[in-house]
Design a protein around this ligand. Structure first.
Ligand code: ATP
Length: 206
């Protein structure tokens, strides 16, 4: 049995530090000697860019190309296209092509399990797989939740962002009951407090 732990970083609200948390948590774990794979499951490709692959459109193999092969039942090399970063983490990169995957998945067989299928062989090579989700509760996020052992939800410590989490919690519960019943989906909620006080102080010359 694999010891790999798959963690999805999800929140349908944008700009809540999903990418920042994925990146820092991943590199932190790698510095502690763990084998870490980061999965950029957000078509914006911010995680890929943040790790230095700024021209992601020119990458021949991405999460999209691998998932497409699974959908089309084509043979694929399970670890092809994985990039290695000098900080000790690996990444399966993404570019804007992944946005078309949302539509491709809608009519696909095992549409909610495609990412899980892709990760199943990779799990034997890693201690942790961290999935940076897109800011929506679409098919790609459902795929990430279905593949995950646990979920980290970065959220700003304000009333409206916290209120918006009701839908996310419902979706996570539904995915666990219907698609991922074996996983004991443990939800960590990280409150991100932005340093606005300091910013305001600087503005007012305090
Ligand atoms: N703890 C923090 N304090 C202040 N700013 C932060 C913190 N964490 C992240 N940020 C900033 O917030 C912005 C959004 O972060 P990030 O891109 O990680 O969010 P995201 O949830 O991945 O966004 P998206 O939903 O667009 O994918 C970035 O400019 C980032 O530098």
């Amino acid at each position: 049995m694999t010891k790999c732990k798959v963690i999805a970083l999800a929140n349908q609200k944008g700009g809540t530090a999903k990418t920042t948390t994925t990146l820092n948590l991943g590199i932190g774990l790698a510095h502690q000697g763990r084998k870490v794979l980061l999965v950029d499951a957000d078509p914006q490709g911010d995680l890929t860019t943040a790790l230095g692959w700024t021209d992601s459109d020119s990458l021949p193999i991405t999460l999209e190309t691998q998932m497409k092969k699974i959908l089309q039942d084509e043979l694929f090399v399970y670890n092809e296209g994985i990039l290695h970063h000098e900080e000790g983490v690996d990444i399966i990169p993404t570019n804007i092509e992944l946005s078309g995957m949302e539509i491709s998945l809608v009519n696909a067989m095992s549409r909610e399990q495609t990412l899980k299928l892709y990760l199943s062989d990779l799990k034997k090579d890693y201690d942790y797989i961290l999935i940076d989700c897109m800011p929506s509760l679409g098919m790609l996020t459902i795929n990430a939740l279905a593949a995950a052992d646990s979920v980290i939800v970065p959220v700003q410590a304000h009333y409206l962002p916290l209120k918006g989490m009701t839908q996310l919690m419902k979706t996570i519960g539904k995915v666990q009951r219907q698609l991922n019943p074996k996983a004991d989906l443990y939800i960590d909620i990280i409150c991100i407090t932005q340093n606005k006080i300091v910013k305001n102080r600087k503005k007012n010359n305090i």
